[in-house]
Design a protein around this ligand. Sequence first.
Ligand SMILES: *[C@@H]1O[C@H](CO)[C@@H](O)[C@H](O)[C@H]1NC(C)=O
Ligand SMILES: *[C@@H]1O[C@H](CO)[C@@H](O)[C@H](O)[C@H]1NC(C)=O
Ligand SMILES: *[C@@H]1O[C@H](CO)[C@@H](O)[C@H](O)[C@H]1NC(C)=O
Ligand SMILES: *[C@@H]1O[C@H](CO)[C@@H](O)[C@H](O)[C@H]1NC(C)=O
Length: 608
Amino acid sequence: MTAKRLLTWTATLLALAAAEQPEAPSPVAAPMRDLPWGQLNFMQTTDTHGWHAGHLQEAQYSADWGDYISFAERMREKADGLGADVLLIDTGDRIEGNGLYDSTTPKGKYLYDIVKEQDIDVICTGNHELYQTDAADREYDATVPNFKGNYLASNLDYIKPKTGEQVPMAQRYRKFTTKNQGIRIVAFGFLFDFTGNANNTVVQPVEKTIKEKWFQDAIREDVDLFVVIGHVTLNGPEYKAIFKAIRSQKWDTPIQFFGGHSHIRNYAKYDSKAYGLQAGRYMETIGWMSIDGISGKGKKGDPKELASMSFKRRYIDNNLFGYYYHTGLNETTFSTEHGKNVSKQIHAARKAENLDELYGCAPKDLWLNRAPYPSNDSLVTWLETEVIPVIAVKEDRKDVPRLALTNTGAMRFDIFKGAFTRDTTYIVSPFVSKFLYIKEVPYKSAKQVLKIINSGGDVFAFSDLEASSLAPPEQIAIKSATIAPSTPNQNSYQAGSQSPLMSSSSTPDLIPGYTTKDAAGDDGDDTLHAPISFYPIPNVVQSAIAMPAEGDPEKVDLVFIDFIKPWVLLALRFAGQIYGEQDVETYTEETMTERMVDWIRENWKQDC
Ligand SMILES: *[C@@H]1O[C@H](CO)[C@@H](O)[C@H](O)[C@H]1NC(C)=O
Ligand SMILES: *[C@@H]1O[C@H](CO)[C@@H](O)[C@H](O)[C@H]1NC(C)=O
Ligand SMILES: *[C@@H]1O[C@H](CO)[C@@H](O)[C@H](O)[C@H]1NC(C)=O
Ligand SMILES: *[C@@H]1O[C@H](CO)[C@@H](O)[C@H](O)[C@H]1NC(C)=O
């Protein structure tokens, strides 16, 4: 009953608003839950992966970074009116995964200038900022100064290219006091214990960092709140260790964690005054966290006041209807000049890079996790059975029987029926992986590699190779949360078309989307959705190509995506074949993505 009262139907907002990106579909109305406000409120983005233009094929996530800037500015105005505070958080992986970042030379030519326009109070690094040397350089040279004072790197160092000097990527922590409530905060910015970084950065394990003097001093500071942000999953060992370390000094000071990396909406309770929020991925979600009953202005907390502390969370679908709803504004009053400017900046960048250039027309939806594997609606099945056999070809060995292995994490997003553009390419497959191969591997060993990597068991236990990291990151969390990876509005694929309206009855058809269950229950989403199924996919899939019509070949070429080389070598060893780096050769000069585009141009020629 209470839940019913909390829901407000936004049908009245169904004016003719379109998202700021002209190509974006109009957002659709849906039943809404209000945002709980407290003395201190946070808005979080994480794992945006270059989706700063918003989702141009999904109405419910169609707001762009400029719209988010307007939203933040309006919420701060509202907070000023209430005497409350709003702080903005971003927990990394801002790059890789969308044409806006990946299509340009150098990568991120426009992205850094777009991201910096948002006024973020605490920001940190994700693993994706560190895979490539040049990306880490840009992070140090652009993003860190763009967010000077707010960019934190508690366990990350950078190696200067000219001098070889190892320096902190950014300052280790930040102490500040909020504007309206005078809440004194010490904030940290962590990265999980990541080992796949390029050699110009050094990630220090969290367990080691928390023993350092600066950290031990920082957690002894007399503050009202610790804010720990990180590109770290909420339930991982890193946050457990940090929580324990802070509690060993401050048994009662509230702690607010913000997490990332596993691409889910999630919430965690560490104790009655320590909570964690994680805001999903790809600009689908703005996380909202409110804390009330906190003692500000350096006052010693009144115990009664502290006893009534409350922590509340919401996951905001990133679209204009929600933004209007939560600000109480409308199409004419919502956007700020600054927000509009940034939307224009994004539009100009997309145009300059020709991101809407049509490569082909997908005949149907192909789902990464929304359809079972194997099945005809599975993106992974499509890749394995239709694409790889055609693109994993080396001209002078095209008749040699071969097994081609691809990790499913090489695919990042669904393909929607309709236009497949230059932008879609980077969204679906942003990586620069090429095919490698080992010649003439005995078939009886080669054929075991798939099974060994997918079982992910003992073989990898004593290496630092995590087989699950070969699948899309959403699967890391599959056991700990309900996930709705992508939630397109079935009727909104045609960019710019008028979106469907919900029925006028009181039990409308809900749009499929996030139906999050987390540590605080099932009322976290700001928008009510119909649920979507999540089907797990294997870490690696295999295409058998040019195999003899009958019987097994004696030897095969073992072809694989370069990313999985260490796993393949280890699995082969387990299967009784010792191969080393020297046995691995280049199979294709082009990247898998380039070859996939060739396939699409050839096979999906029809007009949309
Ligand atoms: C990093 O590796 C590259 C080549 O792999 C090498 O040229 C460079 O010197 C290394 N840099 C550092 C700081 O070790
Ligand atoms: C938006 O709100 C303003 C102020 O409340 C009002 O004057 C205006 O008519 C509204 N515009 C629309 C399109 O609803
Ligand atoms: C928006 O852009 C215009 C034109 O470039 C500029 O004059 C103005 O200062 C910008 N406003 C804001 C708030 O960024
Ligand atoms: C899947 O596609 C194949 C080839 O187009 C077809 O033969 C088969 O019937 C389809 N299976 C299902 C379950 O639709």
